[in-house]
Each structure stands twice: as C-alpha cells, then as structure tokens.
Design a protein around this ligand. Structure first.
Ligand code: ADP
Ligand code: MG
Length: 248
C-alpha cells in the first residue's frame, strides 16, 4: 500500500480540565474516505480543527505524505491542500457567495495592484464552480445571510470541493440538510474520493457512513476505541461501537 496522504500520530489536546483528545492516531490514503464517528463531545471536531490549523495540539504529530508538518493557521493548511467544512460552517454572513468561495484567496487583477480583487472574474468562477457541482444558488452576489441553511451548507461544501487538493475534512456536512441536498453532498464526497483525495467524514448518520466510507475511526471520551474496515459492518455495529466502545 502507498503512504498515507494524512497521518496523525498520538495527538493530545486539553481544554483546561477537559481532555478532548487522548493519544489519537489516524491515517487516510489517497482515494479513501475515512469515517470519524463518536458521541457528542467525543473529540471529533477538535481532531478536525487540529488538522485544519485552527487548534494547536498539545502533543503529537501531523504528517502529510510522510512529512511532519507544523500548522499554525488555516492558511497554512490551505497551502498544503487541506480543506475543511466545519460543523459551525465558518462562512461570513455579510459577504456574498463569491466572497465566501474565494475567502483568503481572492484573485487579483493583472498587473497586480496590491489588494485589488478581480470581482467579475471571481463571480464568474464562483458560478462555474457551483454549476459544475450542480449546486443551485439564486445568485453568487447574494449575501450568505440571505440563503437557506441548506444553500449555505452547499456553498461550504462546494468551496472545499473546489479548493481541496489533497485532503478534505467534513464535519457533519449534511447535518442541517434535507434528503436531496444530503444526497448531493454524498455525491460530492464520492467525487473527491474518485479524484484521489483523502477525505475524512464526520457524520451521525450511520447509513451515510456505511455508504461513503471504507473505514471508520471511533472516538469515545477523546480516545480512539476502534479503527476498522467497514466490510460486513452494520449500522447497529457502529452504534454499539459509539456507545460502548466495543462490538460483539
Ligand atoms: N474551545 C473549547 N474550549 C473548551 N472546551 C472545548 C472546546 N472545544 C471543545 N471542547 C470540549 O472538548 C470536548 C470535545 O469536543 P468536540 O471536539 O467538539 O466533540 P465532538 O465534535 O465529537 O462533539 C468536549 O468536552 C467539549 O466541550
Ligand atoms: Mg463536533
């Protein structure tokens, strides 16, 4: 087997007295979707934030293609091809759809007048990105706050799909979505996988996990209690792993 695209080794993170992550390790290969499951408070979002450059772990290592890296900001993570759809969305309400899609990577006009953004081109490209993903938004000039929850989520997922080069982390991407939009998100995840990216999917929908993922890592009270292939595994097995940490 090839080297994992993403490897996390023995990550630890505490918030005051709360030990959110205890010696957690994971690896994800190119073209693989790893499920990350666990009850509320198990540490899933904290783990994702460590890989997204938002939280600095207390201990442990993060490696990309076998190379140990230090992530000090989300921009660091972007530059290494890591994109994230956060549970709390992280879209900017007052910016329009285009502004959110190009957040922190605004196109500048040629020749570059420092700080000038090529708005027309960005709108055009944002529209193309969303259309290419079959994401329906009335206008890319709409401020995000005017969109429905499902549309906002679709923009957040679309952004990660458009920019993700190596690794895409999805923290409950379909939690607020209806049936049809959830199906679209699942399709987008498979698109990423088929493009050879490494994907981590956090979901409370066990059927979704079984459909999209080949392997799953189970967190319980901040510790990894199982890392298993999903062949022959049922939704009941997964629920049991989450609630008891074991499967019989
Ligand atoms: N910024 C923070 N400050 C203090 N405690 C936090 C913070 N973020 C997460 N926690 C705590 O860490 C634990 C894990 O949280 P989280 O990673 O959000 O879990 P999950 O995403 O699996 O529901 C919880 O006990 C949570 O309250
Ligand atoms: Mg969470």
């Amino acid at each position: 087997m090839t080297d994992p695209v993403l490897e996390v080794r023995n990550i630890e993170k505490s918030f005051g007295a709360v030990q959110a992550l205890r010696q957690v390790s994971l690896s994800v290969h190119a073209g693989e979707v790893l499920g990350l499951i666990g009850d509320n408070g198990a540490g899933k979002s904290t783990l994702v934030k460590c890989v997204a450059g938002i939280i600095k772990p207390d201990e442990g290592e993060i490696l990309i293609h076998g190379e140990k890296i230090e992530l000090t900001s989300p921009r660091d993570a972007h530059e290494r091809g890591i994109e994230t759809v956060h549970q709390d969305l992280a879209l900017i309400d007052t910016l329009d759809v285009t502004g959110n899609i190009f957040l922190n990577r605004e196109l500048t006009r040629q020749p570059r007048f420092a700080g000038w953004m090529d708005k027309r081109r960005m709108h055009r490209e944002a529209r193309q990105i969303l259309e290419g993903l079959h994401i329906n938004i009335p206008s890319v000039r709409h401020p995000i706050e005017k969109l429905s929850g499902g549309q906002r989520q679709a923009v957040a997922v679309g952004r990660s799909v458009a920019w993700g080069r190596r690794i895409v982390l999805m923290d409950e991407p379909s939690a607020a979505l209806g049936v049809e939009q959830s199906r679209l998100v699942m399709e987008l995840i498979k698109t990423l996988r088929d493009r050879g990216l490494a994907v981590v999917l956090i979901s409370h929908n066990m059927q979704e996990v079984l459909d999209a993922c080949s392997r799953v890592l189970v967190l319980r009270h901040g510790a990894a209690v199982a890392d298993i292939a999903l062949d022959g595994v049922t939704t009941r097995d997964l629920v049991q792993l989450i609630t008891t940490g074991a499967m019989n």
